[in-house]
Design a protein around this ligand. Structure first.
Ligand SMILES: NC(=O)c1ccc[n+]([C@@H]2O[C@H](COP(=O)([O-])OP(=O)(O)OC[C@H]3O[C@@H](n4cnc5c(N)ncnc54)[C@H](O)[C@@H]3O)[C@@H](O)[C@H]2O)c1
Length: 286
């Protein structure tokens, strides 16, 4: 018996990183997958996004689990493309039970205002578009999971002028995702549809392992590399690790997609190795 037997899950940003981990983990527990990814770059974002071959690799890994995947190239900013991908997937599998809205960019290292706009368009509007496209297909017992970030919960971590306009946009979008999920949970509860957010600390994916991220974490060095950034990454957790793995987030998402969490909604679930309890803002003593 799998924990998602008979379910169909829609995942955005499914080509690599956490999205792929969610697809493979859900498939291993019995779900079929509908997955989309932009498979192209966005100008203001200074590290490469996924490619079509990455999405094909996710399809292969889902097939290895004995499950099927309908994979489409689609930009979460494009509501028509999301609706089309979902229509294809639901025609193939006959239902939709879960949504993981997690495609995002983190366009740090620039003061160009387009980085702010692009971060909000992908990281917040993309989540909203995903939920809007999925809702007509969801029935009682369905589960929506949106990926936020510890940046939503710890002011000053990325919403910091020194980290550029993209950091401000990323943080704004992630705070808005947290707020959206909270109110969406209230709005959908009477239909027995749940909505929860997962907030990761640093995760060992291409988003983190990029030159622009190293530079933001080590502004004191001219050309920092991964080794230089590790110490700074580690300062963001309480448990002495620099990052968690995509599979650590997939375990949390799996729980929220499964019926084991059937009465959990509106949750802001942190997977952060104690980052929040270490870094959260403290009330002034006097
Ligand atoms: N990696 C981290 O340190 C970290 C920390 C906190 C939160 N997060 C969040 O985790 C989620 C997953 O990120 P990741 O770490 O796997 O990074 P990633 O860059 O490896 O994966 C993101 C995926 O989203 C896709 N994507 C980007 N823009 C898109 C668009 N407009 N339409 C469709 N697909 C698009 C990319 O091509 C890529 O495959 C994101 O929401 C991110 O903000 C990541």
């Amino acid at each position: 018996m799998g924990r998602l037997d008979g379910k169909v899950v829609f995942i955005t940003g499914a080509a690599r990183g956490q999205g792929r981990a969610h697809a493979v983990r859900a498939a291993a527990e019995g779900a079929d997958i509908i997955g989309v990814d932009i498979c192209a770059d966005i100008d203001s974002n200074q590290y490469p996004l996924a490619r079509r071959e990455d999405l094909e690799e996710t399809e292969r890994q889902v097939a290895k689990q004995g499950r099927r995947m309908v994979a489409r190239v689609a930009d979460v900013r494009d509501r028509g493309a999301l609706a089309g991908a979902l229509a294809d997937g639901v025609a193939e599998f006959g239902r939709l039970d879960g949504v993981v809205a997690q495609a995002a960019i983190c366009p740090l290292g620039t003061t160009d205002g387009s980085a702010f706009v692009d971060a909000v368009a992908v990281d917040f509007c993309g989540v909203f578009n995903t939920i809007e496209a999925a809702l007509p297909h969801l029935g009682a017992g369905a589960s929506i999971v949106a990926t936020g970030s510890l940046a939503a919960l710890v002011p000053g971590s990325l919403d910091n002028v020194a980290k550029g306009s993209g950091g401000l946009g990323y943080s704004w979008a992630k705070r808005a995702v947290a707020s959206l999920v909270h109110d969406l949970a209230a709005a959908l509860a009477s239909r027995n549809i749940r909505a929860n957010a997962v907030h990761p600390t640093n995760v060992n994916t291409d988003m983190l392992n990029s030159d622009v991220m190293y530079q933001v974490f080590r502004p004191d060095l001219a050309e920092p590399g991964r080794a230089d950034a590790l110490e700074s990454f580690t300062s963001q957790t309480a448990m002495g690790i620099p990052y968690v793995e995509p599979e650590d987030i997939a375990d949390a998402v799996l729980f929220l997609l499964s019926d084991e969490s059937r009465y959990i909604t509106g949750l802001q679930m942190r997977v952060d190795a104690g980052g929040y309890v270490k870094l959260r803002p403290q009330a002034p003593a006097f």
